[in-house]
Ligand binder design. Sequence first.
Ligand code: NAP
Length: 304
Amino acid sequence: MSARPSVGWIGTGRMGYEMAARLAKGGADVLAWNRTRAKAEPLAQYGAKVADRLSELAGCDIVFCMVAAWRDVKQVMGELLEGKRQPRLVIECSSISLEGSAELRQLLAARGIDYLAAPVSGNAKVIKAGKLSFVCSGPRQSFDEALPLLKMIAPAASYVGEGELARIVKICHNVFLGVVIQSLAEITVLAQKAGVPRHAFLEFLNQSVMGSMFTRYKTPAFVNLDFKVTFTPELLRKDMDLGLDAGRRLEVPMPLASAARDLVQAMMGRGMKEEDFAALLLQQAQASGIALQPENVEVKDGLS
Ligand SMILES: NC(=O)c1ccc[n+]([C@@H]2O[C@H](COP(=O)([O-])OP(=O)(O)OC[C@H]3O[C@@H](n4cnc5c(N)ncnc54)[C@H](OP(=O)(O)O)[C@@H]3O)[C@@H](O)[C@H]2O)c1
């Protein structure tokens, strides 16, 4: 692999855009493609090129992919590999199932293409703040080759082993995310109904042993009720379903995850599809018989 490999980037949605932007800003030779071209175009300001057709990326040394679900990964990979040219290594970052990932590995191996499964933890703001983390699996050699690029995007990249192991790590992580956000909504509403302002309650929680980077960066949304999407309820439901499927297969009971999954489903059924998943707080307040108002208090998100 040359010192400055050419990098293809598929998918510049909320996550993919910020990840590709960090690569381009870091000096990588990036050629990006997105189904909706306009979302990729601003990457040109950081020196990235924008492709008209996905097949143009097949000539790159390394191709990253960050789309939505397995069906979308399958579709874009099919289009990428339509012609004769092919990359040397594919790094797939979307949150997908173990089975989908294994099918992709087979498809790529049949063409002699190396493959690293590399899902991530963190939202677009976390990427911008330089705090994203990768969890990777596949051949150790592919991880070592990819590492300089991964480090341009995120300070943390963990290698957890061969095959699709990174997928189950990411699925477990997002099951935890779903349970934690619902639990955070429940206790915040409980404290408020007892008379504690949300900003005061969360300020304490964030400094306690139970506070985390996650509870801190969700605090502005909970306090001031700004639910502009960082991660959609639909994508969270996908991940909770992947976790519950894995639990069924491996015979692991997951009562908390089941309940949290259905609360995300209920939120979607109420039409809250275009809001951030943290709007679970509003559903919880409604179920508790209180109407929340923005507190209009400036609170830190711990990222900037
Ligand atoms: N948001 C988060 O906080 C977060 C955190 C960690 C992991 N993830 C995971 O990261 C992935 C991307 O999430 P996101 O929040 O960036 O989602 P998003 O903003 O909805 O972006 C999805 C991207 O996938 C593309 N896409 C979807 N279906 C496609 C298809 N069939 N063919 C071609 N392109 C397709 C979209 O293209 P268009 O622009 O044309 O629609 C867009 O670029 C998901 O797997 C998600 O679970 C998200």
